[in-house]
Design a protein around this ligand. Structure first.
Ligand code: E4P
Length: 215
């Protein structure tokens, strides 16, 4: 399973890249806006330079022509850019053309299996089911993820399943058990992936005992 970080914050990206934990990055308009008044294209280029792996950058047009124009511009920024398109009818049209032009895509805001089936048929590079947002409204997100995995395996689709909107470490474990190809994880959750109180207690004990030998 690959780990992407779900943020547009350069410091966080550098930090987790330095830990060797990052395979890629996902951003969206809300995450970009948290960074204040930045030059979007320059910012995406900077992220690509740091991570040297897939970096999702989202379009904001809602018509396919506008999406395509944005997609082409974004794809020219770096070979690492993956264009994020909304999973709506206009987004599907833009996806078909991006696939033809060899532009990598991440189909976002996916909440049910048929959306995932359709984007795979049209050649999406990634599909992003938003798991946490499903849980928020009382729907079993992992059942949705499992169904998508089964459908993709039935037809050998190459589209990678990118588990998104993850809220806690257990989401990452559950997505890994089901076989999501990628988990995109917010920095606060990434920071907790290695945590276990018994690890800390055990280390403390080892070090205390080691000191006794030295004494
Ligand atoms: C994925 O690409 C999205 O940026 C993200 O995971 C959305 O997460 P949220 O539901 O916590 O906003």
């Amino acid at each position: 399973m690959q780990f992407f970080i779900d943020t547009a914050n350069l410091e966080e990206i550098r930090k987790f890249k330095g830990l060797g934990l990052l395979d890629g990055v996902t951003t969206n308009p809300s995450l970009m806006s948290k960074e204040g008044k930045v030059d979007f294209h320059a910012h995406i280029r900077q992220i690509c330079d740091i991570v040297q792996g897939p970096v999702s950058a989202e379009v904001v047009s809602t018509d396919s022509e506008g999406m395509l124009t944005e997609a082409r511009t974004l794809a020219r920024l770096s070979p690492h850019v993956v264009v994020k398109l909304p999973t709506i009818q206009e987004g599907i049209k833009a996806l078909a053309q991006c696939t033809k032009e060899g532009i990598k895509t991440n189909m976002t805001l996916v909440f049910q299996p048929l959306q995932a089936l359709i984007v795979a048929k049209i050649g999406a590079t990634y599909v992003s089911p938003f798991l946490g947002r499903l849980d928020d409204i009382g729907q079993d997100s992992m059942e949705v993820l499992q169904t998508i995995r089964e459908i993709y395996d039935n037809y050998d689709f190459r589209t990678k399943i990118l588990a998104a909107s993850l809220r806690h470490p257990l989401h990452v474990v559950q997505a890994a058990r089901i076989g999501a190809d990628v988990a995109t994880i917010p920095p606060s959750t990434l920071a907790r992936l290695l945590d276990h109180p018994l690890t800390d207690i055990g280390l403390e004990r080892f070090l205390a005992d080691w000191k006794k030998i030295k004494a």
